[in-house]
Design a protein around this ligand. Structure first.
Ligand code: NCD
Length: 333
């Protein structure tokens, strides 16, 4: 198992203040768990007796299943919460729901919510109660989605060095993030992790989905890669090593921000043709779920030589095992 003594963080809510050694600890720990997952018996007793509560107040397929499987592979007991069938329909508040899970012995709460800041607020309340509970943000509104960015980082670093994935292998690589940046917590978390790794991140989207304020994100962050904004696709794709496409998040659009999906695809959709201007080994990522034929052409999505989408999902389990393990073993030290 990787060296984890340096891990001191109780909650993972955002990547904005992540230190380089924290990224590398997660990458190394995830690599050990990838090895566990390749065995015949894909389970370790690391979190035996601990309770992981998955509190998903917003819909999810892969993130929720991935956290659940990760917890089970670590031998933790899992509790799954779905708002539609819970006491929230009877008026219970989010905090009271969290306290209920605390009373049942939850050690780690994995929280997704449509409002930014909810996992942070629950973490604060758990600290005030001196509960020792760890909170993992599984996506809060437009704010952050740390575990997604970490699995993206693990996928990219593993592609560049399978045996020893570490963030420095991304130094100087060009990563284009294309699409609905405004509503994307995935983009925000990836901006922190990729620039921390020294990558040059190029954001591209129509002005309504890529406001200028993103240009200020890296101010005062010091020693990092660079961040660029483009309101046209070509300069972002030119010689790019990786292209990360994002879903148009209609559920978060308060008004009509696009003339039509067809026009969006014409200007910002990623197709095989468009990839011609990228680096010849370019690979495409997408956090899922994908609107086929809108942000990404269907044939490209299914092409294993170009698409890393399945690897991202597979990486997700090892990375979430690493996160749960680091938070869970920190407590028992
Ligand atoms: C993302 C999310 O929920 O933020 N998906 C995911 O977690 N795999 C992106 C999205 O919803 O488009």
């Amino acid at each position: 198992m990787a060296q984890t003594t340096a891990w001191t963080r109780r909650h993972v809510l955002s990547l904005a203040d992540f230190a380089p050694h924290e990224y590398d600890t997660i990458l190394q720990t995830a690599a050990s768990f990838r090895e566990v997952l390749s065995r015949r018996t894909k389970k370790v007793p690391a979190l035996q007796g601990q309770v992981v509560a998955n509190l998903f107040f917003e819909s999810s397929t892969r993130t929720r299943s991935s956290f659940e499987l990760a917890a089970k592979r670590l031998s933790a007991d899992t509790l799954n919460f779905a708002p539609g069938t819970s006491s929230m329909t009877k008026g219970e508040t989010i905090l009271d729901t969290a306290k209920t899970y605390l009373a049942m012995g939850a050690n780690i709460m994995v929280i997704r919510h449509r409002e930014a800041g909810v996992p942070g607020a629950i973490a604060m309340a758990m600290d005030e109660l001196q509960s020792g509970v760890s909170v993992l943000n599984a996506g809060d509104g437009q704010h952050e989605h740390p575990s997604q960015a970490l699995l993206d980082l693990f996928t990219l670093c593993s592609l560049l060095d399978l045996e020893n994935p570490r963030s420095e292998v991304l130094q100087g690589k060009k990563v284009a993030i294309v699409g609905d940046i405004l509503h994307s917590r995935v983009a925000r978390s990836n901006i922190w992790s990729l620039t921390a790794a020294g990558a040059d991140v190029h954001l591209a989207g129509p002005p309504t989905l890529l406001p200028k304020l993103f240009a200020d994100l890296l101010e005062n962050k010091g020693d990092r890669g660079s961040l660029w904004l483009h309101w046209q696709l070509d300069p972002a794709l030119e010689n790019a090593d990786f292209v990360m496409t994002l879903r148009l998040q209609h559920e978060r659009m308060a008004q009509h921000l696009l003339p039509s999906l067809r026009e969006y695809h014409h200007y910002f959709g990623i197709t095989r043709d468009r990839l011609q201007q990228c680096h010849r080994d370019v690979k495409v990522l997408h956090p899922g779920p994908v609107n086929r034929g809108v942000e990404l052409s269907s044939d490209l999505m299914d092409d294993p030589r170009l698409s890393l989408i399945s690897q991202q999902v597979t990486s997700g389990v090892a990375v979430r095992m690493a996160l749960l393990y680091l938070l869970g073993s920190r407590k028992t030290e």
